[in-house]
Design a protein around this ligand. Structure first.
Ligand SMILES: CC(C)(COP(=O)(O)OP(=O)(O)OC[C@H]1O[C@@H](n2cnc3c(N)ncnc32)[C@H](O)[C@@H]1OP(=O)(O)O)[C@@H](O)C(=O)NCCC(=O)NCCS
Length: 148
């Protein structure tokens, strides 16, 4: 695995096809959930961050701008073969920089409990009990990161 770079891409970017694959492989295939590319990706309130190695998408995060001035993060995903190299951490760091650039009051996400420790390590805090959510229905917690 070579060095990686991060790039904010438009919903119309052809590389969103690779993003579909990464989201499916990282988030849903392990649960045997059939691939479904009907994502709500369009709109100026959706910011798409891709992690690239040799020009190919290996990781992804979506920052959604909420109408109340906050934002939330969705579909944080890194291909299994690319994990453990800091890509997830750098995706989140860039999302946090973007949140600061945009002056968001707060950023939140619903974390799978299996990823709660990942976000904790990046300074996020858990603000809810456990609840099932998403296409998988697996246990999640709400977490928040206050821009400073
Ligand atoms: C969670 C995920 C995005 C992490 O990506 P990654 O590129 O492997 O993470 P990094 O290499 O940047 O790891 C950063 C740190 O978090 C830790 N970490 C990574 N995944 C973790 C997890 N699931 N639980 C606890 N800690 C974790 C790493 O050990 C590393 O710690 P360090 O700073 O002490 O070395 C990736 O494992 C993934 O896509 N998982 C499947 C999909 C998923 O669960 N997404 C989150 C949905 S809410």
């Amino acid at each position: 695995m070579g060095p990686f770079s991060l790039e904010w891409i438009e919903a119309t970017d052809p590389r969103m096809a690779e993003v579909h694959a990464v989201r499916h492989e990282a988030l849903f295939a392990p649960f045997g959930i059939p691939r479904d590319d009907r994502w709500d990706d369009q709109g100026a309130d959706r910011c798409h961050l891709a992690a690239l190695v040799d020009g190919r998408v290996v990781g992804y995060a979506c920052l959604v701008l909420d109408p109340d001035g906050s934002g939330h993060v969705r579909q944080v995903s890194v291909l299994e073969r690319a994990r453990g190299q800091g890509i997830g951490r750098e995706l989140m760091a860039e999302v946090e920089r973007e949140a600061r650039r945009r002056g968001l009051s707060l950023v939140w996400l619903n974390a799978r409990c299996t990823a709660e420790g990942f976000y904790h390590g990046l300074g996020w805090r858990t603000v809810s009990g456990v609840f099932p959510a998403g296409r998988t229905g697996v246990p999640h917690v709400r977490m928040e990161w206050p821009p400073g």
